[in-house]
Write a protein that binds this ligand. Structure first.
Ligand code: 5RP
Length: 221
């Protein structure tokens, strides 16, 4: 069992009977969905998925799925992350499902983040650019606004074409100077028109579980 599987198993053991559980997206979230499905006979949970791929996986494994439009409050949302700092700020969104991921994280009583040590960083943006979803017609205007606050934004590509998210947005992968802290950046990005969503998750995670050398470390917000 690798660190991602162990941390996913650990989180599934923490789920309580009858909970409404949000399912994240990615390889760690997939391990969690599998671990949850193995406990479903005793747990009888319902789930809400953050992506089509997670919805299909949950359905295939027999987890009862509710549409995101049918819920206003979840007990817990469980997902991976690309980067995590000591104050539990996250960088997410390597995939195409940022919008639903942040909505579910915000709507949940608890947000559990499942990582391995490779995701722990000193500062957000240390290893990856910040993914910024933009309305397709607005990408150049947003690129200009990002340049005004010191961001270098490149349209994400997919082979010869452009990368398109689940909701038809484009993604600007954006790097900022290391001196720009995540809290400031979060506020500035939230204020730019044309941005649909971005990958900084600030003040949302309640617990980070980190699988390390066969154990699971726990960090509380
Ligand atoms: O934010 C995400 C998708 O939008 C993922 O949670 C993040 O990329 C981590 O993925 P993995 O568990 O495969 O390492």
């Amino acid at each position: 069992m690798n660190d991602k599987q162990r941390v996913a198993e650990h989180a599934a053991q923490r789920i309580e009977k009858g909970m409404l559980v949000g399912l994240g997206t990615g390889s760690t979230a997939n391990f969690f969905i599998e671990a949850l499905a193995r406990r479903q006979d005793s747990l009888q949970v319902q789930v809400v998925a953050s992506s089509v791929v997670s919805a299909i996986k949950a359905q295939d494994l027999g987890l009862p799925l509710r549409g995101i439009e049918q819920v206003s409050r979840l007990d817990v949302y469980v997902d991976g992350a690309d980067e995590v700092t000591t104050d539990l700020t996250l960088l997410k969104g390597r995939g195409a499902d940022l919008v639903r991921e942040k909505l579910l994280a915000k709507a949940s009583e608890a947000f559990w983040v499942l990582i391995d040590p490779s995701k722990q960083v000193q500062r957000i943006g240390q290893n990856s650019p910040i993914p910024i979803e933009v309305m397709p017609f607005a990408w150049q205007l947003v690129q200009r606004s990002l340049a005004d606050i010191g961001g270098e934004a490149l349209l994400r590509r997919n082979g010869d074409g452009l990368f398109v998210t689940s909701y038809g947005s484009l993604v600007l992968d954006t790097t900022f100077a290391p001196a720009m802290d995540a809290a400031t950046l979060n506020d500035r990005l939230n204020a730019i028109p044309g941005i649909v969503e971005h990958g900084i998750f600030k003040g949302l995670a309640t617990t980070v579980f980190c699988g390390r050398d066969g154990n699971v470390d726990e960090y509380q917000a």
